[in-house]
Write a protein that binds this ligand. Structure first.
Ligand code: HEC
Length: 234
């Protein structure tokens, strides 16, 4: 029986191994203490829950309102987002897209990247895969770490990304909502960005569970058959 159970161990281990996007202990900066010793500090944990449609919808709304002026997300299309998150295409078109965009279009930035490089010094990268590149925890902590710094061109700096060229675009949202609701909103935003990094993630996990359940059931007849085949030989 042992070896049959062992044959299940590999798929189980693969299934439950956390993906790159959830690498633990991502560093979000460092602090130097009084003795001059540098300590790395970990990012805050982003509240990721890809089964929470309301959170994903709110995240999509924030992303489309505050981010796609400058950043593209060219590996996803509006239509896919609308279908996956259960947002009716009419509402998507009305509230989340610029009038020139069509539902089948990719999410493109509204301002040309070259112009932005001129204005900001650095071009804003495409954000489709950002949470996989940096991890959701990094992006979450980064968006919550802007602080006033009069020495910088936009009057702000960031503890996670020193001297970043991006302005604090969520400032008005932060003022409007207050700290707790703002944090929850950024959580929804990063949740949406994680969905965007791998839209198939939920389906993959669902089918993964089905396959494991199937293998577990298959184990029973295989075990009984094996006993039957060997019973005269042994
Ligand atoms: C006014 C233009 C502008 C807007 C709007 C904007 N960004 Fe940015 N963003 C930038 C620029 C420019 C950079 C590049 C910063 C650098 O390299 O110094 C950047 C960088 C970033 C990075 C770091 C990328 C990396 O890995 O190096 C993230 C994450 C990010 N933006 C997320 C967002 C999110 C989320 C929003 C919406 C809430 C947003 N940005 C809105 C201009 C913008």
């Amino acid at each position: 029986m042992k070896k049959y159970l062992l044959s299940l161990a590999l798929p189980c281990a693969l299934f439950f191994t956390p993906g790159v996007s959830h690498a633990a202990e991502v560093e979000c900066g460092s602090k130097t203490d009084a003795k001059g010793v540098v300590h790395a500090y970990e990012c805050s944990e982003a509240p990721i829950d890809l089964s929470n449609k309301a959170s994903l919808q709110n995240g999509a709304r924030i992303f489309m309102s505050y981010c796609i002026g400058c950043h593209s997300a060219k590996y996803v299309r509006y239509e896919r987002i609308s279908t996956d998150l259960g947002i009716p295409p009419e509402l998507m078109q009305k509230y989340m897209m610029f009038t020139s965009d069509k539902i089948g279009d990719q999410v493109n930035a509204k301002i040309d990247a070259k112009m932005q490089k001129k204005w900001f010094g650095n071009a804003p990268p495409d954000l489709s895969l950002e949470t996989r590149l940096r991890s959701p925890d990094w992006v979450y902590t980064y968006l919550l770490s802007f602080y006033e710094d009069p020495k910088r061109p936009w009057g702000v700096n960031n503890t996670v990304f020193k001297d970043v060229a991006m302005p604090h675009v969520l400032y008005s949202m932060q003022q409007e909502l207050g700290d707790d609701d703002f944090k929850a909103g950024v959580g929804d935003l990063v949740n949406f960005m994680s969905y965007m990094g791998e839209p198939i993630q939920q389906d993959r996990k669902f089918y993964g569970s089905l396959v494991l359940a199937f293998l577990a059931l298959l184990l029973i007849p295989v075990y009984l058959l094996n006993k039957e085949f060997w019973k005269d030989v042994k």
